[in-house]
Design a protein around this ligand. Structure first.
Ligand SMILES: Nc1ncnc2c1ncn2[C@@H]1O[C@H](COP(=O)(O)OP(=O)(O)OP(=O)(O)O)[C@@H](O)[C@H]1O
Ligand SMILES: [Mg+2]
Length: 620
């Protein structure tokens, strides 16, 4: 509708003039034309417009916009430019009065070209501009405004600035997208995008894949003209278009209580039971091993008692896996006298201990965080010597007596291999693992077949362990066992090598921080290698953290998909590298709202996760 058309319906003397703002999209037209204008769609409005407008007004031909109702039209008055240089691009739409209160920054719109191609765009700014030259910064204006309710919308233009995302076009029946390379005509009607196919194509979102949530803008789901009236956001999970993104690693970041674990459980639940082709041609179901510092994931064995049947059926219809996962086993580390209470879940429990022999391959496990390079060299020598003597069955206790031998200390000192002072320092530092290694439970190395199961979820709870160093040692020992076997060309445990594997880690910042110590360097190096080779070896890292800024950079850089829930901390927000349009929203996110940044999956978008946990979550 032209500006003049709007103005022609305006009468300053008409006490009811304001009413037109309450009408439908084109209610102003129906006001003017009485009962005949009942069908107040744009098409009807087109017809009625021409009867009110002065005959000598030259109209620009408008493309056929079909039945869709728009929110306004593109305007050329301040320039209508699509340019290679984003800074020169200028796309602005005039928004009609009745639509003004409903439009939001971030909303997705479509503008059609005359030949049927469509420009898919996003609102980036909303602005009131004066329609008539007047000064509203004066006493009379202000006093009048203070006595009346609301402004006269028609005194103002309401302009939406649009960011062109892509051109949509038909290619032999398929809808495709390409970069914006043409400018739409002035006065083209812009309408909200409501067709999931158009939206998904516009945002490069895959049709199939692992369900993460529903597309949203400003915390509201994008409403589609379909049943259900939502647009599902999924992560690519096949080999047709690149690799399944799970093997290019995922980060779930969010402040305390923002819904990380709820979201992570819902995503992990989707991966359970999925199959992936291995290099030998087999396609086993993936195994998931989840490190669980708060003892929350074994509950994935159980149904969520608060998920109504009807909702469950709706999820099912949408292709969302839900319900407790039978093949869930809690692998409970035996550490000292700590006892594990499992009243909150019904998953099977299996006890294990870390055999000291695992230290042969991962000597840094007992290096703690305070050994310098020189001391670490000495520790390696000692451990090598010890294991050569004792073989695989060497225990931690035996190692402690081994280093207690004054003869050894003297021998190493005199041969110039290990200085006495260094020997003493090492001896002190390796104390304190007595509750970790070789406890009264079967060693993990004898239970690999149960630990890593195709189609199985293994959860390693560590909440019952009080000793932080013991907790860390257990998690690092198991995770490096998995990584080493996955990356090895000559694995001891074929089971690990030959099973697609997702390694989940809640509170990942505790294990993957960048620190100066030998141990931190080794861990980061290992996880970085794992991340780099994940695609090839079918190993996906699934990291969950409230302090993304503390996750070491080399690991962080390998993460392809970031899911960001509410974050308050500025450093944390900056560290997740969201595009600025999303970054600003993060501190305002409510539970379940997330930004997804996954360049190989889609344009960066906001989504809302499911309000229900798909399995049990939380303790009553
Ligand atoms: N999308 C959601 N809709 C409704 N409730 C939610 C949603 N996400 C999380 N919750 C609820 O909010 C609470 C906190 O969620 P959750 O345990 O996932 O947070 P968290 O970020 O993991 O917290 P923490 O920092 O303690 O680990 C839980 O009771 C959970 O069920
Ligand atoms: Mg949590």
């Amino acid at each position: 509708m032209t500006d003049l058309g709007d103005f022609s319906g305006f009468s300053a003397d008409d006490p009811d003039a304001d009413l037109s703002t309450d009408g439908e999209a084109d209610g102003d037209a129906s006001q003017r034309d009485g009962p005949n204008a009942d069908a107040s769609t744009d098409t009807a409005a087109d017809a009625t417009d021409s009867t009110v407008e002065p005959d000598d007004f030259q109209r620009v031909d408008r493309p056929d916009i079909g039945q869709d109702r728009g929110i306004g039209t593109l305007s050329a008055s301040a320039g209508l430019v699509v340019s290679e240089d984003d800074r020169d691009t200028c796309l602005r739409a005039y928004v009609t009065v009745s639509n003004r209160s409903a439009v939001r920054i971030g909303s997705y719109l479509l503008a059609q070209y005359p030949d049927g191609e469509r420009l898919f765009c996003r609102i980036t700014a909303l602005e009131y501009v004066q329609e008539f030259r007047s000064d509203d910064a004066n006493e009379i204006h202000a006093r009048r405004a203070m006595r009346t309710q609301g402004i006269d919308e028609q005194d103002y233009k309401f302009m939406a600035t649009l960011d062109p995302v892509a051109v949509l076009y038909d290619d032999g029946g398929d809808l495709k997208r390409r970069m914006t390379d043409r400018v739409p005509k002035p006065e083209t009607v812009v309408r909200p995008a409501t067709d999931p196919e158009e939206i998904k194509t516009g945002l490069k979102m895959p049709e199939e894949g692992v369900f993460l949530g529903h597309l949203a803008v400003g915390g509201e789901k994008v409403r589609a003209a379909t049943t259900p009236p939502t647009v599902d956001y999924r992560l690519k999970d096949d080999y047709d278009s690149g690799d399944p993104l799970v093997f290019r690693h995922t980060l779930v970041a969010g402040g305390t209580g923002s819904g990380k674990t709820h979201a992570a459980k819902n995503v992990l639940r989707q991966y359970l039971g999925r199959t992936y082709e291995m290099s030998d041609g087999r396609s086993p179901e993936t195994a998931v091993v989840q490190f669980d510092p708060q003892d929350e994931y074994a509950q994935m064995h159980d149904d969520n008692p608060n998920l109504p049947d009807e909702t469950a059926r709706a999820y099912e219809a949408e292709g969302v896996e839900h319900g407790g996962y039978d093949d869930t086993v809690a692998f409970v580390p035996r550490v000292g006298n700590a006892t594990y209470a499992a009243s909150h879940h019904r998953a099977e429990q299996v006890e294990f201990t870390i055999p000291f022999s695992m230290v042969w391959d991962s000597k840094w496990l007992v290096a703690g965080s305070s050994l310098n390079d020189n001391q670490y060299g000495a520790l390696r020598d000692l451990l090598d010597r010890f294991f050569r003597q004792h073989g695989d069955s060497g225990t931690y206790r035996e190692f402690c007596s081994f280093v207690d031998d004054p003869g050894l200390r003297e021998e190493l000192h005199e041969s110039g291999r290990v200085h006495e002072a260094t020997f003493d320092a090492v001896k002190r530092r390796i104390r304190g693992f007595g509750n970790v290694f070789d406890q009264d439970a079967p060693p993990i190395t004898e239970q690999i077949h149960q630990f890593v199961r195709p189609g199985g979820l293994t959860v390693v709870p560590t909440y019952h362990i009080n000793d932080t160093r013991a907790k860390e040692t257990v998690v690092l020992a198991l995770s490096s066992l998995l990584i080493d076997q996955k990356l090895s060309n000559d694995p001891v445990y074929d089971r690990i090598k030959e099973t697609p594997l997702v390694v989940g880690m809640d509170e990942a910042h505790n294990f993957l921080t960048d620190a100066e110590s030998v141990q931190a360097r080794k861990v980061i190096g290992k996880f970085t290698d794992a991340a780099k080779q994940g695609r090839k070896e079918r190993l996906g890292l699934f990291l969950i953290t409230q302090d993304p800024q503390d996750v070491a950079d080399p690991v962080f850089k390998q993460v392809n998909t970031s899911v960001v829930l509410n974050l308050g901390d500025e450093d944390a927000i900056r560290s997740v590298n969201l595009p600025s349009s999303l970054e600003g929203k993060v501190p305002y996110f409510e539970k379940g709202q997330m930004a997804v940044y996954s360049p190989d999956n889609s344009e960066p978008v906001e989504i809302i996760g499911l309000p229900h946990c798909l399995t049990r979550h939380g303790r009553d």
